[in-house]
Design a binder for this molecule. Structure first.
Ligand code: ASP
Length: 587
């Protein structure tokens, strides 16, 4: 039976008691974490968000009998005297481990069913069960730590932006389709039959309009919604730190955001040196085969085609004759890999899509597999890559773009399987100078690589019509350990340029007007140059908390199939509700 709290007030959290509190009275409120019944003496650990305290019941038969009814996850209140633990029960691992509370009164505030998994132990349990009983999962130290960290980070972000004169301004959730290019979540309007709101994929147009509205500096920690097909570790709703400022340049944005990122890292006690490294997109693609390179493991890709132009190795020579390239990288410490390890890497390369992969131990005489490459070519390639006798060199050939991107994937796969990515290391960089446009062979048209409101670089503007593929954008991504944690751009602030970009993207005047008309009109009323960025908060917290999935840092996440297992959303609705919304279900 559940008792009332009455006039009981918590005097200490369950993580607070220390020897300094000896001989004082304490009232603890929390969950029974563990029970140890020794017959005439009974110990419970009582737990709340802040920690665990030991409570002892002895010398009071009535109270002891009451305590014997306690089970894990019952909610209790205990009043008693703080005393030293007997030497054999001192627990140096626990902050409260020197003391215990000798119970004088107990209130059973609520009982609990036997939980489907133990809160006290980090016992293995499937993620589906954890998500269904999220309220129990949230009681465990892992999630309490992650959600606490998330709060701390969000708070630090707000403090930092506030200090720089940025205002947190809310933008609508019921809105019009936005330009990020994913599918929208739609909300039918009851009062406007056949019409729909869209949930924002980002506040992009609103934050730009705030700049037109003279708000000067805006940020918002906000939910965004994208109805994307199932991809690893995406959530249909996720949180962005959204930022925009008037009269911005890329340098101003970097200078604004670097201290934000530094403060975020200070939340886990890490110091990140600034300014962050900057790398143009073209360099990232050539050296790492990726626009979000993980710089923790070196292994830069080098073009060594020149070494094989005159080689007797026909396969490589033919690739070069066909206009392809030979590229490779050195795996640090790879010289000591066993044959088995190397076979594993070669298999991995095949899975990634390489026809073949050549491996070489630079410090040793050529093995039969690479003899055909000829000593001279090989030496030249090893020198070109800058490999040492401790390394293992991997070489592959093919068409230029494809080879770098495959080598980029191989580089990461090798780094993961050989543990070359130090989880304690944080490598952050700006990737800059992105192409403005991307050609889709399938659709036969250009797409904006970032979004259609991104400004081309001043010096490339005259190539928009003649050589669109070579036009670079004033766009930048922030990359941390191989993950894109943010991205943004300087925007187009002239209505004329905006119209020109729409034309380039094959968006007709009517389409532009119906989708973004309100924004295009606003552009004509004195728009200041402006730019901004958005950070992916979930991903950042996951990296800080060393979690592989963002689900571990969101209080109530959805599964990979966009289901909330706890509340069972999405679900069918009453036919009356559908009628009111002028909808018919085909199910
Ligand atoms: N709206 C962009 C995004 O969500 C970010 C930006 O350009 O500020 O990716």
């Amino acid at each position: 039976m559940a008792e009332q709290l009455g006039d009981w007030v918590r005097t200490h959290t369950c993580g607070a008691l220390r020897t300094a509190d000896l001989d004082t009275d304490a009232t603890l409120l929390g969950w029974v974490h563990r029970v140890r019944d020794l017959g005439g003496v009974l110990f419970i650990d009582i737990r709340d968000r802040e920690g665990v305290s030991q409570v002892v019941f002895r010398d009071n038969d009535e109270l002891l009998a009451q305590a014997k009814k306690l089970r894990p996850e019952f909610v209790v209140g205990v009043k008693g005297l703080v005393e030293s633990r007997s030497p054999e029960t001192v627990n140096p691992k626990l902050a409260t481990g020197d003391v215990e509370v000798l119970a004088r009164e107990l209130r059973l505030l609520n009982e609990a069913k036997t939980p489907p998994f133990q809160i006290a132990e980090d016992s293995p349990v499937s993620e589906d069960v954890r998500l269904k009983y999220r309220y129990l999962d949230l009681r465990r130290p892992r999630l309490q730590g992650n959600i606490g960290l998330r709060h701390k980070v969000a708070f630090a972000i707000r403090e930092q932006f506030n200090a720089k004169g940025f205002w947190e301004i809310e933008t609508p959730i019921l809105t019009k389709s936005t330009p990020e290019g994913a599918r929208d979540y739609l909300v039918p309007s009851r009062v406007h039959p056949g019409e729909f709101y869209a949930l924002p994929q980002s506040p992009q147009l609103f934050k730009q309009i705030l700049m037109i509205g003279g708000m000067d500096r805006y940020f918002q920690i906000t939910r965004c919604f994208r109805d994307e097909d199932l991809r690893a570790d995406r959530q249909p709703e996720f949180t962005q730190v959204d930022v925009e400022m008037a009269f911005a340049s890329p340098d101003l944005i970097y200078g604004l955001m670097e201290p934000v990122i530094q403060r975020i890292f200070a939340c886990i006690g890490k110091t990140l040196p600034a300014p962050f490294r900057r790398m143009p997109y073209a360099e990232a693609m050539a050296k790492y085969g990726s626009d979000k390179p993980d710089l923790r493991c070196g292994m830069e890709i080098h073009d060594v085609s020149a070494a094989f132009v005159d080689s007797e190795f026909r396969v490589f020579k033919q690739i070069i004759v066909d206009g392809g390239v030979i590229r490779g990288f050195a795996v640090p410490g790879g010289n000591k890999y066993t044959r088995n390890q190397i076979d594993g890497i070669v298999d991995q390369a095949k899975q990634i899509g390489f026809g073949g992969l050549i491996w070489v131990r630079p410090g040793e005489p050529p093995t039969s597999s690479v003899k055909a490459l000829s000593e001279g070519s090989l030496r030249a390639a090893i020198t070109g890559i800058g490999a040492t006798a401790d390394d293992l060199v991997l070489l592959a050939g093919g068409p230029a773009d494809n080879t770098s991107s495959l080598l980029g994937q191989l580089r990461l796969a090798v780094a993961k399987r050989e543990n070359l990515l130090d989880p304690e290391k944080y490598e952050v960089l700006w990737v800059t100078d992105f192409p403005l446009l991307e050609w889709s062979g399938e659709d036969g048209r250009w797409y904006a690589m970032h979004h259609p409101f991104t400004s081309p670089m001043d010096e490339d503007m005259d190539k928009l019509e003649s050589d669109p593929g070579s036009v670079r954008a004033k766009a930048y991504d922030l990359v941390l350990n191989g993950s894109e944690i943010g991205g943004g751009s300087i925007r187009i602030h002239s209505a004329e340029m905006q119209a020109r970009i729409f034309r380039r993207l094959g968006i007709s005047d009517e389409e532009a007007k119906s989708r973004f008309g309100f924004f295009l009109e606003a552009l004509e009323y004195g728009t200041p140059p402006h730019g901004g960025i958005a950070l992916g908060l979930d991903r950042i917290i996951a990296i800080l908390a060393n979690e592989a999935s963002i689900r571990e840092v969101i209080a109530f996440p959805k599964t990979a199939t966009a289901v909330d297992l706890m509340s069972d959303a999405p679900s069918t609705v009453d036919p009356k509700q559908l009628r009111e919304l002028h909808l018919k279900s085909s199910k």
